[in-house]
Design a protein around this ligand. Structure first.
Ligand SMILES: N[C@@H](CCC(=O)N[C@@H](CS)C(=O)NCC(=O)O)C(=O)O
Length: 203
């Protein structure tokens, strides 16, 4: 399989999970501005949505959408530590958080990635929304070491990526969220996370 990714983008969560599961994969970077891949291919021809991640399967099908790729990888490799099996009620807690990270946390960064949104609007309108969304996660981490309970599951890989954007993209200091700050520094020590960061030349 091959992961189409962009440095530091949400596709980093898939790379973390690939290493978490000990899978082998090829990686091809995509310039999200020009929509060209590192081999010069037109990414729109590969993925009409133009977004990463895109996971090219061995049968040449392309799978898109973070939360679908996450579940596909865990299910097809029976990684029930990352995503409990069908029938296990805990599965829905994992998917619940996965959905929250994707649709609430990730998407709240949209205005901060957009250079056309004035700084004042970012500060006054979008930053409070972002902080409120992260406050719910801070609360969850007060009684749980990981998002869905006592061990690392799929949404933790995704949360790690969006937490990286807090100071760099949204200019929010993580010290405002002590549990999240501690969680983030613990995740940075994880082997899969370190390997993924190293491969994308990120600190
Ligand atoms: N709905 C997609 C969105 C993924 C997404 O927002 N990817 C960003 C990078 S973090 C991207 O490729 N943006 C460029 C674009 O959409 O043109 C998913 O959940 O996987």
């Amino acid at each position: 399989m091959k992961l189409y990714y962009s440095k530091g983008a949400c596709s980093l969560s898939v790379r973390i999970l690939i290493h978490e599961m000990g899978l082998s994969a090829e990686f091809e970077s995509v310039d999200l501005k020009t929509k060209k891949t590192e081999t010069g291919a037109d990414y729109f021809q590969i993925n009409p949505k133009g977004a990463v991640p895109g996971l090219l399967l061995d049968n040449n099908e392309l799978l898109t959408e973070n939360i679908v790729i996450h579940q596909y990888l865990a299910d097809t490799h029976k990684a029930t530590n990352l995503l409990p099996a069908f029938g296990d009620k805990k599965r829905y807690r994992v998917v619940e958080w996965l959905s929250y990270v994707s649709s609430d946390l990730h998407k709240s960064f949209g205005p901060f990635f957009n250079p056309d949104v004035p700084e004042e609007i970012k500060e006054k309108v979008f930053k409070p929304i972002l902080k409120r969304k992260f406050s719910a996660v801070e609360k969850q981490l007060q009684s749980n070491p990981f998002l869905a309970g006592d061990h690392f599951t799929l949404p933790d890989a995704y949360l790690f990526v969006v937490l990286r954007w807090m100071p760099t993209v949204a200019k929010v200091n993580l010290s405002e969220f002590p549990k999240l700050e501690n969680y983030f520094s613990e995740l940075k020590k994880r082997k899969s996370v370190q390997q993924a960061l190293k491969e994308e030349n990120l600190s």
